[in-house]
Ligand binder design. Structure first.
Ligand SMILES: [Ca+2]
Ligand SMILES: [Ca+2]
Length: 105
């Protein structure tokens, strides 16, 4: 029981550290950190599209799929506008993480 509580505390701290109401995976955190080229803790449209292109390219190569950079860039630019829920032209960490489909538990 004690052990469970300790784990729970660690988990709560992690979640709290990210703000409440959402949790991000390591992958998402890494993408955000890598994507934020100028370090202002938010992703501009360019930063967002770039990181999506990079990861899309990687997975396309891994799966031996064709990768149409222009098409993906256009799609991601649209996705960016959808995910920028407060419309300030940047994705905050919260907005970025929310852009991922919820993981099944
Ligand atoms: Ca940035
Ligand atoms: Ca925003």
């Amino acid at each position: 029981m004690k052990k469970n509580h300790a784990l729970l505390a660690v988990f709560a701290a992690l979640v709290f550290g990210l703000a409440t109401g959402f949790s991000a995976t390591k992958f998402q955190q890494k993408q955000f950190a890598e994507g934020d080229a100028n370090g202002d803790k938010s992703l501009s449209k360019e930063e967002y599209v770039a990181v999506k292109l990079a990861s899309g390219k990687k997975s396309a190569q891994k799966n031996n799929r064709e990768f149409n950079e222009e098409k993906v860039a256009a799609r991601q630019a649209k996705a960016f506008a959808r995910h920028d829920t407060d419309g300030n032209g940047k994705l905050s960490e919260e907005e970025f993480y929310a852009s991922f489909p919820a993981k099944k538990k």
